[in-house]
Design a protein around this ligand. Structure first.
Ligand SMILES: Nc1ncnc2c1ncn2[C@@H]1O[C@H](COP(=O)(O)OP(=O)(O)O)[C@@H](O)[C@H]1O
Ligand SMILES: [Mg+2]
Length: 572
């Protein structure tokens, strides 16, 4: 019976490949003409054709190919060319691989691969395919291996979807990691902002306390100083009295300096801000600093070509830089380089968060050293008044607190970057000012009878008042006094003519010192007003910054301070 003439109900035995195999002229191959095929060859081919799995037989040393319908699908555009083709000609792109297969299996071996990646040109284009491959020998008539049978299961779709899944998982893991990272960063930023807030609240609280103490302290010093001066004047020829009052007044001066430093920390020192060009740092201040610091310290000043101007009290700014430079020198044991640098900076919302600054243009003034740096503990307390790590007599602990108060009172921000052994950078930020420089206010018109003018002293503390009255009388002025703003206004309303009102800033009663000043300004000619205070208050100054036409004599003052101020206001 001719081969495959009856399919006996098997799909594969009557399919396309069965048809093609019967029609093919096998006599040109090592299988020989179909009619002469051995029983075992026929039954192997029939086994293959009956299988739903893609299978191919490679016959003889050249591997002539016979395959089933499922393999024809796998072969794509290569089918039907592959039928009866030597395998190396059929799949030239994987010729070497197939050579290995043939030699292994014709020697009786088997091979199997899972997801073997190959590049095939099934439809003219190279494509990556993944295959499960199983190779085993097929016996010839002499029962020795004469061919190879291959089961070829394509897993490309599965491998690609697996790769996609893997990539998606990696992606997800990556996203989860970066999300975790971001949450961590957010939390850390929040903690840092909270810590900053705690620090600033602490300094705020200490500031309130210190400012109050310094204010009362100044009033006491004023009484002591005033009476000491008067005592000295009453006993001009008593050497003993002169010596002792001088010693006592020196102590009063030290007390006054201390209380000025405390007021600076409490952001209540009188400031006279004006337009400041940072180039002044290089022009004037550098020389002064160099002299103060000594020859073993090198100063390096760095400025941009066009530094922005700021609005600050020049004297206090330079004092701040001096304090920072002295700290830097101490940190470097007196030897090394101190860097003073100025930068124009744009601060954004993120930077300003929790710093009491609004985004915008700022000048950053940095004082940097390569000294011993600060531990986290020291850094936490560095701005507190009286905090010092220096030995007795070496440090007062008031330097940084003063600088802190000054910067804050000037509407700026200050921060310290420091690590033990890695030096310190103190950075001060001040808002850029684009205002034109203010010309100094014009003083009152000079009067003819200098030294004979009438002065009204308004002061609620009777000791302070009587000392002031006596000092001014001693200078030759006509002096009258009032214990409150109300009493003063009553005298003025009754027609008391005065040339100057010398008034305490804060007093009990309806009429405030500012009301007296307003009255004085509206007189013709205007009456001069001199304020005195233990510290400045918002009543006469905004943020403790005096306007150019406000004159303030800080307590405690000496008779010389008082008479110089009065004389300058009266134009004498
Ligand atoms: N540049 C700096 N390098 C290292 N530590 C510093 C520096 N500046 C300040 N400190 C630390 O801060 C403390 C407080 O400084 P400060 O208020 O100026 O007081 P003082 O200099 O009188 O000790 C110092 O005692 C020191 O421990
Ligand atoms: Mg210091």
């Amino acid at each position: 019976m001719p081969f495959l003439s009856d399919h006996h109900g098997c799909q594969g035995w009557k399919g396309e490949m069965a048809e093609r195999i019967r029609a093919f002229d096998w006599s040109v191959t090592s299988l020989g003409s179909l009619r002469n095929w051995s029983h075992s060859l026929r039954s192997t081919v029939q086994l293959m054709l009956g299988s739903p799995v893609p299978m191919v037989m490679l016959w003889g040393p050249l591997g002539y190919m016979i395959y089933n319908d499922a393999y024809a699908v796998f072969a794509g555009g290569r089918h039907p060319y592959l039928l009866g083709c030597a395998v190396e000609l059929g799949w030239p792109e994987v010729a070497e691989f197939n050579r290995g297969v043939m030699s292994t299996c014709l020697s009786g071996g088997t091979l199997s691969y899972r997801n073997k990646e190959l590049v095939l040109l099934r439809n003219g284009e190279p494509e990556n395919v993944w295959l499960d491959l199983y190779y085993s020998p097929v016996a010839g008539d002499n029962q020795a291996p004469a061919g190879v049978i291959a089961i070829v299961v394509e897993t490309t779709a599965h491998v690609i979807s697996e790769q996609r899944r893997q990539a998606a998982e990696d992606n997800l893991r990556q996203m989860a990691r970066s999300l975790e990272q971001r949450v961590l960063e957010e939390v850390n930023a929040r903690l840092a902002a909270e810590e900053q807030l705690r620090q600033s609240q602490k300094l705020e609280a200490i500031g309130g306390l210190t400012g109050g103490v310094a204010h009362d302290f100044n009033n006491l010093l004023q009484v002591i100083a005033g009476n000491l001066h008067l005592l000295a004047r009453h006993e001009p020829d008593n050497g003993n009295v002169q010596r002792r009052t001088r010693a006592a007044l020196t102590a009063v001066e030290r007390g006054a300096k201390l209380s000025a430093q405390l007021l600076a920390f409490a952001r209540r020192q009188p400031l006279s801000p004006a337009l400041y060009d940072p180039r002044e740092l290089d022009r004037g201040l550098a020389d002064l600093l160099q002299r103060a610091l000594g020859e073993t310290i090198r100063l390096q000043v760095q400025l941009p070509a066009e530094p922005w101007c700021i609005h600050v009290d020049r004297h206090q700014l330079e004092n701040a830089v001096l304090n920072l430079a002295i700290n830097a020198r101490d940190a470097m044991a007196g030897e090394g380089t101190i860097g003073i640098s100025v930068e124009n900076l744009l601060l954004d919302q993120t930077f300003c968060a929790g710093k009491d600054l609004s985004p915008g243009q700022y000048l950053r003034l940095t004082v940097a050293d390569s000294g011993g740096g600060m531990s986290a503990e020291v850094l936490k307390q560095a701005f507190e008044p009286f905090f010092t790590t220096k030995t007795d007599g070496q440090g007062t602990g008031l330097g940084l607190s003063m600088v802190f108060g000054f910067v804050k009172q000037s509407g700026g921000h200050i921060e310290i970057l420091s690590h033990p052994g890695q030096g310190t950078r103190v950075q001060m930020y001040f808002a850029r000012s684009i205002a034109a420089p203010v010309s100094p206010a014009v003083g009152p018109v000079p009067r003819a009878s200098a030294g004979q003018e009438r002065i009204l002293v308004v002061e609620d503390d009777s000791d302070v008042r009587s000392a002031a009255v006596e000092m001014l009388r001693h200078e030759g002025y006509q002096v009258c006094s009032a214990a409150s703003g109300d009493a003063a206004m009553q005298l003025l309303a009754q027609g008391l003519a005065v040339d100057l009102i010398f008034t305490d800033v804060v007093m009990p009663g309806q009429i405030k010192s500012t009301d007296l000043a307003t009255w004085a300004r509206t007189q013709a000619p205007p009456v001069a007003v001199l304020f005195t205070s233990g510290h400045t208050r918002d009543m006469i100054s905004r943020n403790h910054q005096l306007s150019p036409d406000t004159h303030l004599l800080s307590k405690p003052y000496s008779p010389e301070d008082l008479s110089a101020m009065v004389r300058s206001l009266l134009g004498g």
